[in-house]
Design a protein around this ligand. Sequence first.
Ligand SMILES: Nc1ncnc2c1ncn2[C@@H]1O[C@H](COP(=O)(O)OP(=O)(O)OP(=O)(O)O)[C@@H](O)[C@H]1O
Ligand SMILES: [Mg+2]
Length: 291
Amino acid sequence: MTSGTMEREKTREAVGAMRTSVVPSAGAAASAGAAGGMAPAAMDKMVVSNLNLYYKEFHALKDVSLTFPENQVTALIGPSGCGKSTLLKSLNRMNDLVEGCRVEGSITLDGSDAYRDVEVNDLRRRVGMVFQQPNPFPMSVYDNVAFGPRTHGIKKRAELDEIVEQSLRDAAIWDELKDRLKKNALGLSGGQQQRLCIARALAVRPEVLLMDESTSALDPISTAKIEELVAELKKSYTVIMVTHNMLQALRVSDKTAFFLLGEMVEAGDTDTIFTNPGDPRTADYVAGRFG
Ligand SMILES: Nc1ncnc2c1ncn2[C@@H]1O[C@H](COP(=O)(O)OP(=O)(O)OP(=O)(O)O)[C@@H](O)[C@H]1O
Ligand SMILES: [Mg+2]
């Protein structure tokens, strides 16, 4: 293990410890289970139950029920317009901002109702989002990453320095940017900008990371870097990603859910969904026969 990897490992442990001191984590429960002879099972970080979402008259999500296991990557797949982004946005209540959008059913985070029991700013801090197009703010690399923590009241320079470094390390871009912290983020390459946006999302210490086609605007090398990064991030975070790239879903996700026309057709282990799906529509889609 290189010293950089070890350091990153330590950071992750520290972040994990900070969280377990507040809420018992799935890891703790799983190891308790294992000690008692039970197979460790992933706990569900978020649970969507009978979710119906309407944009005015339009019924965009139809009775969707789906669980997102903690410390796993779940991929949402399906043809354009089937509701993947809509579901992702409903997980951190971004749809609250859309006029005429109505939600029925429930979404929980660690068992608490995300629409009734969790304050919306707290929800958005705990459930962060990375978009399709890298969208750094027109300011320095440092200020981009420090933006969220500053909004949450962290002012001490030393503390901010530490958060910025840790977040850039976690987003696997510290080595590339450590000498360019004061440079404008808009001068970075697309792949660097996207990893900076991931660092910015991580800086407020979220628990869930939503990624909406976050590599579709990137070249294969930057895409591979982000895929590697996601595989690392799931040790500390629960990741939910929308992708049109079937190979990407296969490479990085543990669980896959297939959507069609606002319905969740099928969800399960990624391997099963791709090799032995239960529904012929899933089989057609993953084989590239439509969509
Ligand atoms: N703000 C909105 N107002 C009205 N209709 C919307 C709104 N946002 C999305 N829709 C509609 O809801 C449906 C689902 O859209 P959504 O963006 O969730 O699809 P998607 O699966 O993410 O598609 P893509 O793969 O193209 O990104 C589409 O028919 C879309 O036109
Ligand atoms: Mg979308």
